[in-house]
Design a protein around this ligand. Structure first.
Ligand SMILES: Cc1cc2nc3c(=O)[nH]c(=O)nc-3n(C[C@H](O)[C@H](O)[C@H](O)COP(=O)(O)OP(=O)(O)OC[C@H]3O[C@@H](n4cnc5c(N)ncnc54)[C@H](O)[C@@H]3O)c2cc1C
Length: 416
């Protein structure tokens, strides 16, 4: 591993020099990203062999921000970078990494997560989508649900049951599923906040090449835990603030970001819009109300404390620690803050919090907050599941009773 230039100012100087020599606003976005991958600037924390520099995790965000400040463009946004690449880097064969990691970094391939099923969400290891050998391929049958962006993804992170005769956690295999094939049908679902960001995905004799197994056959649970640990790191997602000047790279990057974030436009509302609380109270003429002031102060205090916990988790990652139980603490805090924010917005707006349209509080944003906040405590593992993880992994309490853990999956009796 190259001795890293870790001081931010050194990184900034090296990056600025590199951008000055390579930036051409008229080149295609993909070509620019190939240059980034070549130089290790797209994801500096990745190993040098896999288009990074082997630097600590914090350098990814730092370099991404610096590239935008320089008027350039960094790595793409999306599940490819946040979930697929870290999972492939941790568990994929060299052949799979060679084939799939670079197109993630260049933005050529987008990804979705095919984990949850109608009968398996929190109890993910109880999933029943089947994977059967067929020559060198695997054939997949079953149904997934809640799959964000599956309607336009190129690949899916698929967890499926390859052996029903062993206990549930041991019979799973993890695949990189090509989405554009006849056996894969993604149907968008309409949510109560009127958005349609996730899908149900029907898998009917869908095929996966044997080489697309991530990890080894039967080892899918361990691989899925890596993906889930990275998923709990998600905070509020914001589109990159690209330089507004015209130019082919920037135009294409803005279009890419707009397409990606169209699906996530309700996520800030899902997080409760704490940023709007004071403005909302002033607009509603209740900023002097002592009870509302107290509720606002409590909410903002919660948010500050949560951001310090996130900073602590980030510092741990910078020291090289893999994401752990602090992700669950942080995720639970985000749910509490979102719920508290919805409560405070409701206190401020009263019954008109339910109104939509231009005349309603904050132009309908408050109604969308109320309808979106429940999603915060479900996505990426529910609050109750985070509490179980904290109880067992952090507090060392006895594990939850799991009666179906050690018997073969095909002998488990299901309700209904
Ligand atoms: C916005 C959003 C985006 C999502 N995106 C994706 C995606 O891209 N890909 C994907 O695969 N999935 C996705 N999901 C699905 C998500 O991971 C599941 O909804 C979640 O894991 C919960 O599963 P479930 O909905 O089946 O609820 P269930 O597991 O049926 O839970 C129902 C209730 O029972 C409680 N419960 C269950 N088990 C326990 C227990 N052991 N102890 C205590 N309480 C328990 C839960 O906390 C919950 O309150 C998304 C969900 C949302 C809301």
């Amino acid at each position: 591993m190259t001795e890293p230039a870790l001081a931010p100012e050194q990184i900034r100087a090296e990056l600025t020099d590199w951008v000055t020599r390579h930036w051409d606003p008229d080149m295609p976005l993909r070509e620019w990203r190939e240059l980034l991958a070549e130089a290790g600037w797209g994801a500096p924390s990745w190993p040098e062999r896999w288009h990074g520099r082997g630097w600590p995790a914090w350098t990814d965000d730092f370099v991404g921000t610096e590239l935008i400040a320089l008027g350039a463009v960094g790595a793409p946004v999306g599940l490819g970078m946040t979930l697929a690449a870290p999972t492939l880097l941790a568990h994929g064969s060299d052949e799979l990494k060679t084939r799939l990691v670079r197109p993630i970094l260049t933005g050529e391939h987008t990804w979705c997560q095919l984990f949850s099923e109608p009968g398996a969400g929190s109890d993910l290891a109880g999933l029943s989508t089947s994977a059967a050998h067929d020559g060198d391929d695997w054939v997949i049958n079953g149904q997934k649900v809640w799959n964000t962006s599956a309607h336009h993804a190129d690949y899916g992170l698929l967890l499926a049951r390859s052996d029903a005769a062993v206990p549930k956690h041991r019979g799973l295999t993890y695949f990189a599923l090509p989405m554009h094939q006849p056996g894969v049908e993604a149907r968008p679902l309409r949510q109560m906040n009127f958005h349609a960001s996730f899908n149900e995905v029907f898998l009917t004799d869908a095929r996966v090449p044997g080489d697309n197994v991530v990890g080894t056959e039967g080892d899918g649970w361990a691989v899925a835990l890596t993906t889930l640990a990275y998923e709990r790191r998600f905070g509020a997602m914001r589109p990159p603030a690209y330089d507004p000047r015209p130019g082919r790279v920037l135009d294409e990057a803005r279009a890419e970001s707009a397409a990606h974030f169209a699906v996530y436009s309700w996520y800030p509302q899902r997080a409760g819009r704490v940023d709007l609380v004071i403005e909302h109270a002033k607009a509603a003429g209740v900023a002097d109300d002592p009870l509302i002031r107290q509720a606002i102060a409590r909410l903002i205090t919660l948010q500050r404390v949560s951001s310090w916990t996130a900073d602590r988790a980030r510092a741990a990652r910078e020291r090289g620690a893999r994401p752990g139980a602090e992700g669950s603490v942080g995720k639970l805090a985000l749910s509490n803050i979102a719920r508290e924010a919805a409560r405070v917005h409701s206190m401020i707006a009263g019954a008109s919090a339910l109104l939509t349209g231009p005349q309603s509080p904050m132009g309908g944003v408050i109604a969308e907050v109320l309808l979106s906040v429940p999603g915060q405590s479900i996505a990426g593992g529910t609050d109750e599941i985070q509490k179980n993880i904290i109880a067992e992994k952090v507090l060392g309490l006895p594990p939850e009773i799991r009666v179906d853990k050690d018997i073969p999956f095909n002998q488990i009796r299901f309700r209904g």
